[in-house]
Design a protein around this ligand. Sequence first.
Ligand code: DGL
Length: 270
Amino acid sequence: MVSTSPHAAIGVFDSGVGGLSVLRAIRAQLPAENLLYVADSQHMPYGERDPEYITRRCIAVATYLQQQNCKALVIACNTASVVAITTLREMLNIPIVGIEPAIKPAASLTRSGVVGVLATSQTVNSPGVQKLAQLYGKNVELLLQPCPGLVQCVEGAELDTPHTRELLKTFINPLLDAGADTLVLGCTHYPFVRDVIQDLVGHAVTVVEPGAAVARQLGRRLDELKLQIESDEAAAGRETFFSTGEIGDVAAVISALWGRAVAVRYLEDV
Ligand code: DGL
């Protein structure tokens, strides 16, 4: 059943811990809301799976969140959004906000006319991103760069390590050599290595991530539907974390990325 109570939680999910970069933007924008986060850790990385697999997992996790009485869903994963959002909207009776690589804002920010998009292999190859490229990439050179292995660095909390830096260089250097002055973080895991990326590219290159825009869009949808918690009721909202994977490992990484020790519950049958 879909909740129409403003006090119900907002469900947020990703293949793993990357969606926490969106969750923190939502928390900053909507401090009173209760947030329920699912990391589908057992089945990540989505970006190296086929679309049928990703869609099956998205249906399972989103259905679980709907059954938890959530009032809205955020797909905090570019790969899941570009592959499965249409199916989820058809199947589920709940407002759904997704995330996609910020090609449109990047195209208006670039001065060199060359934009690099860092994303998973599946996102880069998706019809959704090809469509964004056609719509907003006409007047710029758009370089779509798959980044296999980078999600696993973030999942292992290997943020600023020699291995992660070397891997990042292999993805970023060809973009810089081609003249890119704007880089889009087209995967929600990548904001956790944003400082390393900025350090590698220097301050003349603009790095764009859409987490805050997604949080604003969510706020607008809740307002339209009169589902936002009134700010005068504003006790701080709670966050509840779930994972489909090994809890010990995931809880340590979620706590490190979230910035405080949090409990993570195991979701066995999702
Ligand atoms: N965080 C996801 C995204 O935004 C992808 C991670 C994965 O490949 O599992 O695309």
